[in-house]
Design a protein around this ligand. Structure first.
Ligand code: FEO
Length: 397
């Protein structure tokens, strides 16, 4: 890659991974991603801000070589996850004078995961500063965005905030064509998907971290995934809305069907909700994109899982959906289940147990024996009425 300068003496040395389609063997990446890394040359010292996924180490090393700077003093490691820290061992070999600058929690992770030697660290504190000569790095701890050790770094003289995962997006871009978000409409959904998938379980602490960085004069926001922002108003306002307690007059309806009965139930129920003016996000769990489900959970006042009974319990894909809801800890206020059974089973009880810890009120499910008949459709209408009343109670209608 040719030299990409963010500003004088500040280089973008990150890597575009536009072909990656899955993160953590779980999260779809429809737009690929980038691992952003930045080299800052001060008058006395040089610092590298984060590294890249270990599969891309060679490209990072080449990008660094292209800058013509052959000495790195500090590697700032904001986060122990390997997509940012996985190249650190190779960097420490290539630049033997470098030390890793991080906090105590991240140091512990880096000693246990990439197995970095204890004597290659400088440990920093919240609010601490590190001088590069004519440039100053100020460290601000922002825990749980999205691991306990995460922090951000403010380059004081240039007013650049390096935020690592926080406020980023999985959106591949070609750095030589430009580093910045030029159209916020383009980045809105990738940023929301990213927030929903990895940040949303920590929304309470996200609000605190937004507050903590709110007074900083940021001219450039430089995350470690996705394009950079001029200023941070757009993305922090998005995060404020997504992490707030507010929900929409919306139902997430995620179902799986084996022989068609649960699908008839789900489609009827979708129609019943829509007739009552409720927006529905319908997902067939057979091929649903979990990023889309996570985004719907960022907004929906109610989530309903539809499942047939199999082996006396919920379908495993419905269990997966229930687990996802539980893991994402959404602000969803109401939950319910619709589904079918042939001869019996404990499908509803098992799903309700899984969803119990979410903290939402569980509305009486509708279970259908076999294929739905008139009485069952009436029960689905009654459930739609109950949900409408609940949403009215929240002031959403
Ligand atoms: Fe981009 Fe949590 O790593």
């Amino acid at each position: 890659m040719q030299n990409i300068m963010l500003k004088e003496d500040i280089y973008y040395v990150g890597v575009n991974d536009s072909q990656r389609r899955l993160f953590d063997e779980l999260i779809p990446l429809p737009d690929g991603t980038t691992y952003n890394s930045y080299l800052i040359k001060g008058s006395n010292k040089t610092a590298l801000i984060d590294t890249v996924d270990p599969t891309k180490t060679a490209i990072l090393l080449k990008n660094l070589e292209n800058t013509g700077i052959n000495k790195i003093d500090y590697i700032i490691s904001h986060h122990g996850e390997q997509d940012h820290s996985g190249s650190i061992p190779a960097l420490l070999s290539a630049y033997p004078g470098a030390v890793v600058v991080t906090n105590e929690k991240c140091k512990a992770e880096l000693c246990s995961m990439p197995k970095i030697s204890q004597d290659r660290f400088t440990v920093i504190e919240d609010g601490g500063e590190l001088s590069l000569g004519n440039k100053t790095l100020k460290f601000i701890f922002t825990p749980w965005v999205h691991w306990p050790e995460t922090f951000v770094t403010y380059l004081v003289e240039d007013k650049i905030l390096f935020s690592c995962d926080f406020l980023g997006s999985h959106y591949a871009f070609d750095a030589k064509d430009g580093l910045f978000v030029e159209n916020t409409d383009t980045i809105y959904l990738p940023a929301k998907r990213y927030y929903a998938e990895i940040m949303s379980p920590f929304r309470t602490v996200i609000r605190k971290n937004l507050e903590k960085i709110s007074g900083i004069d940021v001219k450039i926001l430089a995350p470690s995934h996705g394009p950079l922002y001029r200023g941070m108003d757009f993305i922090t306002e998005c995060y404020s809305q997504w992490s707030s307690d507010s929900v929409k007059n919306m139902v997430l309806l995620a179902y799986v069907s084996m022989h068609g009965s649960t699908e008839v139930i789900a489609l009827y129920f979708e129609d019943a909700l829509k007739k009552r003016g409720i927006e529905v996000k319908l997902f067939n769990l057979g091929d649903a994109d979990i990023g889309e489900i996570a985004m719907a959970l960022t907004d929906a006042a109610t989530a309903v899982i539809g499942s047939p009974t199999v082996l006396a319990g919920p379908h495993p894909k419905a269990v997966f959906a229930a687990y996802l809801v539980k893991a994402l800890r959404p602000k969803t206020k109401y939950l319910s289940v619709v589904g079918s059974y042939g001869w019996g089973g404990k499908m509803v009880q098992q799903l309700a147990e899984m969803l119990g810890s979410v903290g939402a009120e569980i509305i009486e499910p509708v279970m259908v024996k076999g294929y739905p008949g008139d009485d069952d459709f009436a029960s689905l209408d009654a459930l739609a009425d109950k949900i409408l009343q609940k949403h009215k109670g929240l002031g959403l209608v």
